[in-house]
Design a binder for this molecule. Sequence first.
Ligand code: ADP
Ligand code: ZN
Ligand code: ZN
Length: 727
Amino acid sequence: MTLEILRVGLDVPLNRLFDYLNNGFKAQVGSRVVVSFAGRHLVGVIVEMTNASDVALDKLKPVQHVFDDVVFDAHMFKLLKFCADYYHYPLGQAMISALPLRLRQIKPAVTRKSFVYQLISPINVDALPKRQIVLQRILQALQMNISQTEAQLAEISSGWRKAVAQLKELGCLQQTEVVAVKASLKSSNVEPTINAEQQQVIQSILNEAGHFKPWLLYGITGSGKTEVYIQILKTILSEKNAQALVLVPEINLTPQLETRFRSRLSEYPLVTLHSNLSESERLQSWQAANTGSAKIVIGTRLGVYTSMPNLKIIIIDEEHDGSYKQQDGMRYHARDVAIMRAKQLDVPIVMGTATPSLETWHLVKKQQYGLLRLKERAIENAQLPKIHCIDISKSPTENGLSPILIKAMRERLSRGEQSLLFINRRGYAPVMHCNACQWIASCMRCSARLVVHLGQKRLKCHHCGHEQKIPIQCPDCGNPDLRPIGQATQRLQQTLEALFPIARIARVDRDSVRNKDALTDLLTKVHNKEIDILVGTQMLAKGHDFPHLTLVGVIDTDTALFSSDFRASERLFSQLMQVSGRAGRAEILGEVLIQTAFPQHALFDALRAQDYESYADSLLDERSTMQFPPTTYFALLKAEASDYNQVLTFLQMAVNLARETSNEVTIYDPLRPQMERLKSMERGQLLLQAPSRQALQKLLRLWMPQLRSDKQASRIRWALDIDPLEF
Ligand code: ADP
Ligand code: ZN
Ligand code: ZN
C-alpha cells in the first residue's frame, strides 16, 4: 500500500499546513478532517495529498476522521490562497473562517430543522405564571411581531426553547419549518419597462458576459440599478446551472432588495448569507450554494467566500460602503476579494453605486474598469431633490433645529407629506457635562465619552459596551445639575414631539430597530402614510423607497467636515447623497436642507450641483498630491497591550526591521490612534506607505515572518491591516 499523507489547513495562528497520515479513509482535496493537534481535536481542510513529508514518518499522526463532503473546490482554494498571501494571514485560519460555524465543529454537520413561530390564538398574559420572565418576554415578542425566528427568540433568552414548549402545550403557538432554499414569492412586483439608459447598460454588460470584466455602474439613487441587476441575472441565470453572487452592505437595512429579487427572479432558488441567520440556517444556505442547488446567493461581506461551483457573475451593490471591510481576523475587503474572484473565474463583476469609492473611480479613470452611467431617475417625472444649506452661524438653532427647517417641516405636515431628519448619532446626547467644574462623563476603559441614554437613565460607551447609571451628582464636585449636551436621535425625537404634538414620529436607529422584521414593519408604515416624521441614523439612508417623502433635514455634519480622517469627506459626501436620495422619489419634487456653519465648503457646492464626478476628481487630485490611497498603498501594523511601553517596544522593533528591509516603502514612526485606549488596552500603530502594491508586498513577505518569530510579538496583541480604511 502506498503511503497517503494529507496536508491539512487548521485554525491555528501558524503560517503553515500540517501533515497527517491517512489510514484508510476515502479522502479528497477540499474535504474536512478531524485531527489531533497539541492535545486537542480540530477540524481542518485537506489542501494537498502527497506521499512524502518533511516530518519523519514515525512522527506523523494518523488523521482521526475524514468527512465525505467537499467544502472547497480548486477555485475556492485559489481564492483563499490569494487572500492568505495578500493579507498575510495564515491559510488554515483563512480557510476555516470562511466556513459556517457548523462546518468548523467536530460533530457531523447535519442540517437541523429550523422553525419560525407565530401565535395562532390570543393568550391571556395574566393567566401565565408571573415569575417566568423568559416566558413573558417571549410572549411579548410574539405579540408584537407576526412571527419570530429561532435566532430572534434566542436573542431574547437562551432559555427560549422551554418557553416555546410551554406555549405549544397551551395550543396557541404555530411552528413552521424554515427552508433556506425557498421557492420564492409569486411575482407581486410588476415589471417596469426598461428605459433606454438601462437598456444600454444591460446590453453592454451582456455583450461581455463570457469573461472577466469589472464594471462600475454609476447611477444616481433611484436610477434603476437594482432593476438592471435583475435583468442581467435573468439572462445569465438562464444558462443551465449558472449561479450568481450578489453582495450587499447590510441585508437587514435593505429588506426590500431581497424581496424584489425573490419576487422578480422567482424561478431561481435564492439563499441569503449574513450574520443574522441562525447557525443552522447559515449552514443550509451555504450547503445549497455549495451543491449548486441555490442559484442566487445574496450575502454580506462574508458571502464573498461562499463556495459556488458554477458562479457566472458577481454583483456588488453600494460598492463604496465601508462595511465591506472586515475589521478583525483576516482584514479583507470583500469588494477587492470579489474582483479577484471574478478575475480568477473569468466572469464579469458589476459594482453599483451613486457615489463610487475613490479606489474604484481611480481605476475607472485608468480605464481598468468599464464605466456605465444611469443619469436619470427611473420613475417617470421623479427628479433629484433640490439641495440647500442653512447657515447656522446666521440662523442659530434651538435644540438642534433651525427655524427654517422647522418651517419646512410644518409645511410638509400640513400637506400630508413626510419628512426625514438625519443625524448620525444614536442615544439622547453625546456628552454629559457638569458646568460647575467642566467634568465630562467618559469611559473608564476607552478614550471616549459616554453617551447619554435618558430613557434608560444610563450612560453608555458605544465602543466597548460599558454602561452605568447616570450619576445624581457630579462625581468630581458634587454639583447635582448635570446637563446632557449636544444632539442625538432620542433628543431630537423629543424636541419634535414637543414642536409637533399631532405628528406621528418614528425613530430609526440601532436602539429602536433591532432586527429586519422591525425595520420592515416600520417601512410598511411609512409607505402607508402612517408616519409623518422619521428621525434616524444612516440606517435610514440605504436603498429604501419613500414615495411620500419630500423633505430631508440633515442636522449635524460639521464634525465630519473637519475630521482628521482622510476619507471623511468621501464618506460624508456619499452619506449625504444617499440620504438626500430618499426624497423626491415620486412625482413631488423633494427638498434637502443641510444645517451647517460652513455652507461655502466645496463639498456642499458639489452636493448642491449633484456633481459627484468633479468632486471625486478633485478629491483624487488631493489624494495624489498628499500621496494617499488610492494613488499610494498603505498597510497599518496595529498593536495593543495593557501597558503602552510594551506596545512601543514592539512597534519600535518593527520599525527598525522594516527600515532595514526596504528603502522603497516609507515607514513612519509609531503613533497612537485617535482612540488611544479601547477596552482597557493601550493602542499604538505603525503606518507603511508604498508607491505600489508590489513594493508593499515585497516588504511584507520578508517582514511578517520576522515579526511572527519575535519574542515581543507573542506578549502583546497585534495585527496587520492591508489597505486600511482608517488610521
Ligand atoms: P436604484 O437601485 O438605482 O436606487 P431602483 O432599481 O431601486 O433604483 O429603482 C428605483 C425605482 O424605480 C423603483 O421603484 C423601481 O421599481 C423603479 N424603476 C426602475 N426601473 C424602472 C423603469 N424602467 N421604469 C419605471 N420604473 C422603474
Ligand atoms: Zn462638577
Ligand atoms: Zn468604552
